[in-house]
Write a protein that binds this ligand. Structure first.
Ligand SMILES: [Zn+2]
Length: 413
């Protein structure tokens, strides 16, 4: 078995599940078990600048061997796995030369990974896959990202003939509970641009994510005895329904795709006196994102005119912005990836992400950080799998990207 896959199997064997609401960072102490192993492995490779900080984040640096002043490239991956499903006792199984038919994940429990349900599987006929036993996550999200970055580090330290600039590595905790960038230390990471290695099939390359916001709506009603409510009662639930009906009925998750945004009612609870609604507001275009919030404001104003000031109270919170515009300002970050992929015979698949991504948060902290594929799919489910050949291509792409910084440096002068 090749070393990259051995690495992957070693990392998925370590339970690093994160957990909501523990009040600590990292949320679970066990994530540090993987962090400690990575530091130890990096030190054994001869990467002397490798350490874990108090938050469990591992930073490492491989110094330049080119003798030239070229941009510093970085790579990140997250060490934790999602809290949705069991993350321990993972029993990975390698399926060599996959024949394109249903995969029995667990004979005893009759858990079948079927081609009918997952037609994407067909693409992998003839390739080697890694699957779980249908009772847990596999953890390819994001141990495959961790493995390709670690294999890159091993390759660079063993092969001084591969010329590169400074290469920075970072492994984070608590990504799956939305906290990985909370204590992310940009100064420590210290690079000019970076790539987040997190999921995606062969060739997938993301830098166009949703602008994400939350709108909290409180509707205040007027309570009265139902028998004597004439011209007195305002039923907050009725007003809430009126508000919802005034929104574009097609701008909902089930009515939109590609780069179409939505205003999604995620939560509703109330009684006559008060109703609380939580909307997720999302759009790739910033102007349309703002327009969706403005629509809510206008509706609130209209209803307040009708039922009295203070009936509808709105609160907005912007959670994340689309990194696209910031990434497009440094076009070589994209051009380089496309060029390196083409040299490796990988077709770039540049698609808008209908969600937020970690790289976007890092980008808005000031470090451009698009997301690159690592080969896995069906994350956060018992059908999670990864393709060995895609993972190998992901690793080769990283080596090429490090080498390509040499020409970026020359072009910029
Ligand atoms: Zn992930």
């Amino acid at each position: 078995m090749n070393r990259l896959i051995e690495r992957f199997l070693r990392y998925v064997a370590i339970d690093t599940q994160s957990q909501y609401g523990t009040g600590t960072f990292p949320s679970t102490e066990k994530q540090k078990n993987l962090g400690n192993l990575l530091v130890q492995e990096l030190l054994e490779m001869g990467v002397s600048e490798a350490a874990m900080d108090e938050y469990g984040t591992v930073y490492a640096s491989i110094p330049s061997n080119s003798g030239e002043d070229i941009p510093v490239i970085g790579f990140t991956a997250h060490m934790d796995t999602a809290p949705d499903l069991p993350g321990c006792n993972i029993k990975p199984r390698i399926i060599e030369n996959y024949d394109g038919t249903d995969i029995v994940l667990n004979e005893e429990k009759n858990i079948i990974f079927s081609v009918e349900k997952f037609p994407r599987l067909k693409v992998y006929q003839g390739k080697d896959l890694i699957v779980g036993d249908g009772t847990t996550l596999l953890g390819a999200d994001d141990k495959s990202g961790v493995a390709v970055i670690m294999e890159l580090a091993a390759t660079l330290t063993e092969n001084p003939q591969i010329l590169h600039g400074d290469v920075k590595l970072c492994f984070t905790c608590d990504e799956e509970i939305g906290n990985s960038t909370k204590y992310f230390d940009l100064e420590k990471f210290n690079c000019d641009f970076a790539y987040s290695m997190d999921g995606g099939e062969l060739g997938e390359f993301y830098y166009d994510n949703f602008n994400c916001g939350i709108a909290l709506v409180t509707v205040n009603g007027k309570v009265a005895h139902t028998g004597y409510a004439w011209h007195r009662m305002v039923n907050s639930m009725e007003v809430a329904m009126e508000l919802h009906r005034l929104l574009d009925p097609l701008a909902v998750p089930a009515g939109t795709r590609d780069r179409e945004g939505f205003t999604h009612l995620a939560e509703l609870k109330g009684d006559v006196g008060a109703t609380h609604m939580r909307y997720l507001v999302r759009d790739h275009e910033f102007s349309l994102f703002e327009k969706k919030k403005e629509d809510l404001r206008r509706i609130a104003e209209f209803l307040n005119g009708k039922y009295g000031g203070g009936t509808v109270v709105l609160e907005f919170e912007d959670v994340m912005y689309n990194m696209r515009d910031k990434i497009l300002k440094m076009p070589f970050i994209i051009e380089n990836v496309v060029k390196c992929m083409e040299e490796l015979g990988i077709e770039p698949v540049i698609i808008p992400v209908r969600g937020g991504v970690d790289g976007a948060e890092i980008t808005f902290k000031g470090l451009p950080c698009p997301n690159l594929f690592t080969g896995g799919d069906n994350c956060h489910t018992i059908y999670e799998y990864t393709c060995i050949q895609s993972m190998e291509q992901s690793y080769k792409l990283l080596v090429k990207l490090c080498e390509s910084c040499l020409s970026v440096g020359q072009n910029q002068e």
